[in-house]
Unconditional design. Sequence first.
Length: 503
Amino acid sequence: MTQFPLLSALIWLPILSGLLVLMMRHQPNLAKQFALWSSVLVFILSLGLYTGFDNTTAQMQFVEQASWISAFNIQYFLGVDGLSMPLVILTTFTTVLAVWSAFDCIKERVEQYMAAFLIMNGIMVGVFSALDAVLFYVFWEVLLVPMFLVIGQWGGQRRVYATIKFFLYTFLGSVFMLIAFLYMYSQIGSFSLLDFQAMPLGFTAQILIFLAFLIAFAVKIPMFPVHTWLPDAHVEAPTAGSVVLAAIMLKMGGYGFVRLSLPMAPDAANELDWLVISLSIIAIVYISVIAMVQKDMKKLVAYSSIAHMGFVTLGMFLLYGILRNTGEVQGAIMGLEGAMIQMISHGLISAAMFLAIGVMYDRMHTREISAYGGVVNTMPVFAVFVLLFAMANAGLPGTSGFVGEFMVILAAFKSNFWIALAAATTLILGAAYTLWMVKRVIFGDVVNHHVAELSDLNRREFAIMSILAVAVVALGFYPAPVMDIMHASVAHLVEQAMTSKLP
């Protein structure tokens, strides 16, 4: 019996739905409804990955393989494991909320806007499930086009500057990844990522490949010092654009490290782990300080995203220090699992924060913190959600924001006390900039007559916020279902990262 091509369905169904939505030029309401129910259908289909997943093995599952360009041995090769499957479901889940959140705020070219998010949904699933280097690179680069259009068409006043900066940074960084792919293909005649992971590589080649990947993924996450495109892109992007950018697109960089850098160049990663850890600590501490002085809510949350993603890269590269110091494999696994949980958690929390800012912007048409004050007096239900998401952003126990950060800090103590101490400062700094924003925006007396006229959440906004609140609290109290999915794949990744590939 032939297996249903579930991954292909998750890639091409939203893309085809997006093309259909483009034809609904004079029917904006139909375009909205069709886009929403298409994204819901794709999300429901993606749950089949979870229900049919075998979490006892690190092998690729739901594999689809067919010849694509036979002259160069390029294949249409798809599959997921415990590292990529949760990110696929996060993608389809986030797309539903992004599409739904835009029902009232997008008035012009509605069909194009909705189509862009459906197409991005399919492409992002392609990035997380592609096992052929050329297919991976095509999805990776094509994704820039719809996001470029979303920011450029529906963004703020400086949208042209933001889109060009976003495109140039991410495109030029990815060129180095392509060069690394071509070199490895020249050595073994295959573009399979699994073949790349198994091939022996000299030390110099590994160093160069690792640095090529580091440039590509550092820009995407983004890491210090190539992070400057992100705050500009977030500030100018429409709300749903910021949601997808923060919740999913940043995770592509973290995914690249675990899928490519660690298993393909383990000796180089061992040699250069200090570099990634140093950049991660700078992101956690320095960028958190920058977040504290922001006057724009979106820019503050954008900088906090860079700091939180610093935890992701830190958790991924602690493993060599842990193994050198203690030889404890379980500590290395804990750091990597913490990094993966942090990616999922940040996807939920950042989506919630940007959607909350979007709710206020739709009513007040400003994101300046100084324009608000006393919002709790006129929007009490909304204020409860904001407080929950702010606490999660600050890493409050019982929310998803605590789980990943706590695991990474524990793993850091097994590697180096000073690294752990520096990482732990984010719990203080994160609380400082988040609560400072909440205090000035939500609490206090109403000082602006526009705030006094605000209306609380409508049913659509309440439903979106409720869904995210349940997800954030559920993952905070009971992360086991997600961690069980990852465990075998993370253990296998640690084994790959520990195994020298020197010929």
